[in-house]
Design a protein around this ligand. Structure first.
Ligand SMILES: NC(=O)c1ccc[n+]([C@@H]2O[C@H](COP(=O)([O-])OP(=O)(O)OC[C@H]3O[C@@H](n4cnc5c(N)ncnc54)[C@H](O)[C@@H]3O)[C@@H](O)[C@H]2O)c1
Length: 381
């Protein structure tokens, strides 16, 4: 019997299957099924390739090799870590490396990394010789609950995020929360924004469960709590994607917090200096969009303030001033959800009651941004 990851994170078996052939294993089922999957690889695949980035090669690959019987002869590929390398140039290099190493469409690519690596590895595998099998082993919180789920693959085109890609589903997804032990704290906190978003679009009970599991930031490092929270978060995303794979309707629920969040991210880039982590931008976006939800959808005001208070305790604030307002509002017009040059938002009438395509006026958005400025003034530095 092989040594396995410390399984105290997962006590409950969860397996989800989507009509688009997406299977996600967590907890002890992830270990059992990954072992089984590996045992069938020999003979099934002409070659096995493990894609890592410079960090996951250092921190995650050794764990994998210690705990699982990785087939002999598997080849390791490595890319540089970071969003700036999520490019067609990196893909081209990988396609060449695969070709030179004898990969063909009967080979398997194992993607071991965060959202950047999963998005790009899935794209490379799906297009190499018109498609080889791939599996995802997400190693960041964001990739576990979000990027690895739902079949969106691709890369950036210059500054245009995720502009080139396709929908393509992995053979299987195995989620091992043990990988979170080496994830830098700020990446863990950033990924948590998507967990909060999933809880808000799920049910009030899920949101309360989250509050109980992680009342404060320091509770993030009690890793026992992650199991059920990650499972619930994955279940929420899977449910939405299953109903609406190609974002015709319900999948837009996942955009909660993102219209303003993306505008904050773009604003931070224009300002220069360190880029704003995506999750931090989404968390601040959620604050503004909760205020908009109160105005447009009748979201209970008291509850909105409780959630905002929670967000301000967990996430670092993005500071803006009155003179930034017009630029930020202009940036929201670039959102892909807009139609006819009108801002269309995903908002909430209550936790779990998502309203999509809500037209928002510039004036009301301005007022909500003013409120945001007042709220962050009293938040911790
Ligand atoms: N496909 C989708 O539906 C979807 C959804 C959300 C986000 N995304 C994409 O996900 C990307 C962001 O993903 P991310 O936040 O995971 O960033 P990331 O992949 O860049 O990972 C963050 C950093 O953590 C390092 N790292 C990863 N796992 C580690 C571990 N276990 N220990 C130590 N270091 C580790 C990485 O090397 C990197 O430096 C973006 O490109 C975004 O577009 C895709």
């Amino acid at each position: 019997m092989l040594p396995v990851f410390s399984m105290h994170f997962f006590k409950i078996f969860q397996k989800y299957k989507m009509n688009c052939c997406q299977e996600v294993f967590t907890g002890t089922e992830a270990t059992k099924n990954f072992e089984e999957f590996l045992s069938h690889c020999h003979g099934k695949y002409s070659g096995i390739f493990i894609l890592t980035d410079s960090n996951t090669r250092l921190h995650c690959l050794p764990r994998l090799q210690e705990n699982f019987n990785i087939p002999q002869g598997s080849k390791i590929l490595e890319i540089k870590a970071g969003e700036q390398f999520k490019t067609l140039g990196t893909c081209e290099r990988l396609w060449h490396e695969l070709a030179q190493s004898g990969a063909d469409r009967h080979s398997l690519l194992i993607c071991l990394g965060g959202g950047v690596l999963c998005d790009m590895g899935a794209f490379v595998a799906s297009t190499f010789q018109r498609g080889m099998d791939f599996i995802l082993l997400p190693t960041t919180l964001l990739a576990m609950v979000d990027a690895a789920i739902g079949g969106k693959t691709g890369v950036n085109l210059g500054h245009l995020k995720n502009y080139v890609g396709l929908f393509s589903f992995p053979e299987k997804i195995f989620v091992f929360t043990d990988f979170l032990k080496t994830l830098p704290a700020e990446e863990l906190v950033s990924g948590f924004a998507e967990v909060v978003k999933h809880a808000l679009i799920s049910t009030e009970a899920d949101f309360n469960h989250l509050l109980q599991s992680f009342p404060e930031k320091h509770s993030f490092f009690e890793l026992d709590e992650w199991s059920s929270v990650i499972q619930k978060s994955i279940a929420t995303k899977l449910h939405i994607v299953e109903v609406d794979v190609k974002e015709q309707g319900l999948r837009k629920a996942l955009n909660l917090g993102h219209t303003i969040g993306h505008a904050f991210e773009a604003h931070a880039l224009k300002r220069g200096g360190a880029p704003l982590l995506h999750g931090f931008a989404v968390a601040m976006g959620l604050i503004v969009e909760l205020r908009l939800s109160v105005f447009y959808c009748g979201f209970p005001e008291k509850l909105a303030y409780e959630i905002i208070d929670y967000l301000l305790r967990i996430f670092p604030v993005y500071r803006i001033e009155d003179q930034d307002m017009d630029e930020i509002l202009d940036l929201t017009y670039f959102d892909k959800k807009n139609r006819d040059r009108k801002i269309r938002m995903t908002l909430l009438a209550s936790p779990g009651d998502v309203q999509i395509n809500i037209g928002c006026s510039r004036q009301v958005m301005k007022e909500c941004l003013h409120e945001y400025i007042a709220l962050i003034e009293s938040a911790p530095a």
